[in-house]
Design a protein around this ligand. Structure first.
Ligand code: ADP
Ligand code: C5P
Ligand code: MG
Length: 254
């Protein structure tokens, strides 16, 4: 791809005189199934991780950035591990939809970073997301909301068995998310597991590709990387919106 970037105009990403619109890939799966790791591998294999944000052809957004702000009472509950972060109501669906549609219209967006230690969004630490060629959007419930689900051009579901997921979640949450063992296990039994069964697992049927064993499945990751490589190739297929009532034309890039 010719990467002569003209700086953004009116918050639009312009490349070679055209508004740039991304191919949007959703990556769902249970907690600790390896969604973030799979996305990281995809980015690495496509040589994206060392690039400046603005030069990247592939960018990744996490659904965590769309947790809604909690009330004081909810915050107190969350501190004790008594808030359900696995329920669809924990997310700001409207903001998620608006952000993705803005990206699909070629707009540059800013999203907050999420801090698991304080259970809150860091609004003054924003990440700028450029529409790029491919946008990965990963999270437990990215296929739950019908309007959002319909925006994806490709849907992947990372399917890792639940024992493995729990065995990975416990050390991760203790080391990286400031939790203790009792809290992780209680939260898992009270909220995470039931919500996975009720809200996340049923969305597997919407996936185009199911990736068993997550990041261990190098064959699946290679196939996806190859497909994305085709999208990035000059003249390769670019985005055509699926069921989305937004004005983005599907056309070949030359
Ligand atoms: P998710 O984003 O789905 O919650 P992560 O990618 O964060 O999952 O993975 C959960 C934890 O398991 C992390 O600590 C990660 O480093 C680890 N992990 C992920 N995939 C593997 C794997 N294939 N082998 C070993 N550890 C893994
Ligand atoms: O990366 P992963 O998919 O595991 O992130 C989603 C998980 O993060 C959910 O299962 C939820 O229980 C957990 N979470 C949390 N504390 C928060 C926000 C999310 O434990 N403050
Ligand atoms: Mg993750």
């Amino acid at each position: 791809m010719d990467s002569t970037n003209i700086p953004s105009l009116n918050n639009l990403k312009i490349e070679n005189g055209e508004i740039k619109t991304p191919f949007l890939i959703g990556v769902a799966g249970g907690t600790a199934s390896g969604k973030s790791t799979v996305c990281k591998r995809i980015m690495e294999q496509l040589g994206q991780t060392e690039m400046d944000q603005e030069q990247r052809q592939v960018v990744c957004i996490s659904q965590d950035s769309f947790y809604r702000d909690l009330t004081a009472a909810e915050e107190a509950k969350a501190k004790k591990g008594l808030f359900n972060f696995d329920h669809p109501d924990a997310f700001n669906e409207e903001l998620m939809y608006n952000t993705l549609t803005m990206l699909l219209k070629g707009k540059i967006v800013e999203i907050p970073t999420y801090d698991y230690r304080t259970n809150s969004l860091i609004h003054d630490k924003k990440q700028t997301i450029y529409p790029a060629d491919v946008v990965l959007f990963e999270g437990i419930l990215v296929f739950y909301f019908p309007q959002i689900r319909d925006l994806f051009h490709m849907k992947l579901f990372v399917d890792t068995d639940s024992d493995t997921r729990l065995a990975r979640r416990v050390p991760r949450d203790i080391k990286e998310r400031g939790r203790d063992l009792d809290q992780v296990l209680n939260q898992y039994m009270t909220f995470v597991k039931p919500a996975f069964e009720e809200f996340c697992s049923p969305t597997k049927k919407f996936a185009d590709v199911i990736i068993p064993r997550g990041a261990d499945n190098t064959v699946a990751i290679d196939l996806i990387v190859h497909h994305i490589g085709e999208i990035l190739r000059p003249g390769g297929l670019s985005a055509t919106p699926i069921n989305a009532n937004i004005n983005v034309t599907g056309k070949r890039r030359d």
